[in-house]
Design a binder for this molecule. Sequence first.
Ligand code: SF4
Length: 207
Amino acid sequence: MLEVTEIFSSLQGEGPFAGRPAVFVRLAGCVPPLCEWCDTPQALNGGKPMAAEDIAGAVAQQPEQLVVITGGEPFRQWDAGLEQLVRTLLASGRKVQYETSGKAGIPANHGGFVVCSPKPIHAPKLAPALVSRVDAFKFVVDADICPVLSFVDTHAIDPAKVWLMPLGALRQEQMHRMAAIWDLCVRHGFNFSPRLHILTFNDQKGV
Ligand code: SF4
């Protein structure tokens, strides 16, 4: 059984698939140490127990082709049913995108597109096998991107696999930082990602 916080349809708000319609499956629970500024505290505890086939059934009711598996930290539930869920989704023709911190590792045969926001960014060097399983690295930043540059250099990451996004839980904070981050992306060959859910809905939850 998997622990599920919520299943809902929306648009992907950020990263390589920003703007794409998607079904979100938010799995509950994370891996300590937890981040002080966690933006999904509702996913850190509890969760409704659901069998993989029931989750796949709920997803099947939605029209979007892209299924975003997020959390919490979703890969902590790989052996508890996530692998079975993903196999079912892929067999039905859906595409799978993961949102992960990398804290629970990344399985070799995940079958989807992995977007990783490493937490904490100053953690000991990640295993090369884990880095190689990430399709896109995503970082929320202000004007100081030294930690990102250090991370990218340490792990020899192709800049084309890096997305920078402006820090800030409010629309005005995003707007304030976007021009500077745009310039940083141009300078370093990174991708820029807006955070569409914040620009559109400000601090409204559940979108
Ligand atoms: S890794 Fe993500 S879900 Fe876990 S505590 Fe940090 S921000 Fe929250």
